[in-house]
Design a protein around this ligand. Structure first.
Ligand code: PA5
Length: 440
């Protein structure tokens, strides 16, 4: 059963079945290219059949490490940036309690993130926040050389060593990195930290279903077998069905491409549930780094409604008409609340008494979609049935397939990211990193 469906009702004026059908031969060709590993960047297709290749034994190894971490500490700090951070955070935020780190006594290991910035205030505040916690670290970097997580690791390692002593601190560190190369790998080997491997053929932003995402998820108490099972079902569907009528990932991908080609280069993903906040951040990285190159690609942005209807909503309604909107909707909240009836209807809300917040939120979505359509913003909706581990696994894989296909449709290599090196080169030169001076 797929937890994902698309609603294209509000695109009827922009595209039709005939236009979509005309794209099918191109989609078939690119599907073959992906499956046969014949397209650009084919050295990085390890994610394509990763879910079906994930064995129960490999899941158990991760779960065992997670149990070990849970027993040893009350808080895990996950250190990483980009693809080595966003997937795990997306899952923890989507599945977990909205205020999980503020709730104590529920037996859950708190999850914090570091190394995703170089902010002195952030890291100092984090050190305050973890004051009395028993800490473990999971340092994640595929290259093993990324500056942001390396700095955070140094500072947090020093903190652990002061708190527990060098030997005990060593037993509180787990590393997820390349199997053979990088400074983090050498360090992990030298110190004897337990290690998880990021496969060579899986790029950072496609690595959420490897130990990069799965270990922090398991520590947070997420059923990682269910995440993988969800992804596996979506993988199966996408592998056997290139037909857009049956394959929601390809349909979404082609719709995005057609809208892009028709003068809408900015995709605004909009949710009505804060649980999707980091999922949209993960999606932005996946789409932005995969598609934005050679002066092409859709610019992925996100908003959280109804919050942002009181902010960017004005721009969306009446600003520059370069945007299409993708609503990401949750069909049913995990928990239900109803608006109470008051004898004294001072606030005038009795007309909603007895109605659920989901009911009101749904009307907010429908009203918004209608208004934005009338304002010249074509929109579509991705429906996710529930806030579950299996549904999230399906969603992760759905977006991976869709973005890979859009990349190929845009004639770019969806699996490299040469553009991210430019700032590093300048930063290293300014920092006088050996080898990055003038003339290098
Ligand atoms: O998708 C990517 O490849 C990047 O966003 C990386 O994940 C990010 O730069 C972090 O790299 P690393 O895991 O090597 O530290």
């Amino acid at each position: 059963m797929t937890h994902i469906s698309l609603d294209l009702e509000n695109l009827k004026h922009i595209t039709d079945t005939q236009e979509l059908n005309a794209m099918q031969p191109e989609v078939d060709r690119m599907h073959q290219m992906l499956e046969r590993g014949e397209g650009q960047g084919s050295d990085y297709l390890g994610w394509l059949h990763l879910p079906s290749g994930t064995t129960p034994d490999s899941i158990e190894v991760i779960q065992k490490a997670a149990r070990n971490i849970q027993e040893r500490c009350t808080a895990l700090i996950v250190i990483g940036i980009g693809g080595s951070y966003l997937g795990a955070k997306a899952a923890v935020d989507f599945i977990g309690h909205t205020f999980s780190n503020q709730i104590s006594g529920n037996g859950k290991t708190k999850i914090y993130f570091a190394g995703q910035n170089i902010s002195s205030d952030y890291l100092s505040d984090l050190l305050d926040a973890i004051g009395d916690e028993d800490i473990c670290l999971n340092v994640i970097s595929k290259s093993g050389t990324t500056t942001e997580p390396a700095i955070a690791f140094r500072i947090l390692k020093e903190y652990l060593e002061k708190k527990y002593g060098a030997e005990k601190a060593r037993q509180r560190i787990w590393v997820t990195t390349d199997q053979a190369k990088g400074a983090l790998k050498s360090l992990a080997d030298a110190q004897g930290y337990p290690q998880f491997v990021i496969p060579d053929d899986v790029g950072g932003r496609y690595s959420v279903l490897t130990p990069v995402g799965l270990l922090p998820m398991a520590v947070a108490g997420i059923d990682i077998a269910a995440v993988i099972e969800g992804a596996r079902k979506m993988e199966e569907l996408c592998t056997v069905q290139a037909n857009m009528g049956e394959n929601p990932a390809y349909l979404y991908s082609v719709i995005r491409y057609l809208l892009y080609s028709k003068g809408f280069p900015l995709e605004l993903m909009a949710s009505f549930h804060p649980a999707f906040g980091t999922v949209m951040e993960w999606w932005k990285q996946l789409a932005g780094e995969s598609e934005g190159k050679n002066l092409r690609g859709i610019f992925p942005a996100s908003v959280q409604y109804t919050t942002d209807l009181h902010s960017l909503g004005q721009w969306v309604q009446e600003g520059n008409r370069i945007v299409f909107e993708t609503f990401i909707l949750l069909d049913t909240s995990s928990r239900q609340l109803e608006i109470p009836q008051f004898d004294n209807d001072d606030d005038g809300l009795n007309y909603l008494a007895g109605k659920s917040l989901d009911f009101v939120n749904d009307k907010a979505y429908k009203g918004t979609a209608m208004a934005h359509l009338e304002g010249g913003v074509p929109n579509l909706a991705i429906h996710l049935k529930e806030r579950s581990a299996e549904a999230l696994g399906q969603l992760f894989y759905f977006f991976e397939r869709a973005v890979a296909l859009t990349g190929y449709l845009c004639r770019v290599n969806p699996f490299d990211q040469p553009g991210v090196e430019f700032y590093k080169k300048n930063m290293f030169a300014l920092l006088k990193k050996p080898g990055y001076g003038k003339g290098n």
